[in-house]
Design a protein around this ligand. Sequence first.
Ligand SMILES: [Zn+2]
Length: 232
Amino acid sequence: MKYVGSDRTITLSYENHQTAEDYAGAMSSPLCLKGTFKVVKTVTKYKVHEDSINYNQFLSNQQNWKRNGGYQCTTITGKSLFVPSDELSGNCVIVEGYVNGQKYQIGLHHMENVYVQVGDVIQDEKVLGTQGNTGLVLSGKALTDRTYGTHVHVEVKDANGNYINPRPFASGEMVLSLEEDAQSKEDLQEPPKSDKEKETIEGILLFTCPLDDTYFLKLQKGEKLYLVKPTS
Ligand SMILES: [Zn+2]
């Protein structure tokens, strides 16, 4: 099954993960989502790990490994690895879009590379980055498995900030579009502007005041200036 653009399998379901779903595939495989949407956040500063942390070992040592600023872990190959709290979800891309007028945010975490920037509008399943193992990546895999637990942690939040099941977005069943799509349809239905509104201007007006100095009247975006003819 194709999830987040490539052949991946669900390794931790939303029912068990509760705030997200994990999809495992090949390290460095491309990540994309269907639809048109905006990039609202990226984190790119973390490096991939040489190996990951055994899931069961983490659970049994979680309290011992916990430090003020993160987790002092032992990796699958026995190395010491400190993962600071702010690094837990690793490199990520968070995008925002709409389905049926409802806003959603989708986050892809533990990424290796990030190819997009905040403010980018993404479409045509452009590759957002690659799957990696940055952050705290737990693995139930054997030492000999060189994938080292690489996976994509996918989180989806609705407009109220509540986590929802990411699977329809990961599989491409739900497709994001831009808010502007809905907005432009509304604009078309807007009644024609009155003559009074047409006379309003936006910008900078230069005028000379009686004190013989030049002043600028500056209008902020959205502010209106009405020009009125003297009535007498
Ligand atoms: Zn996860």
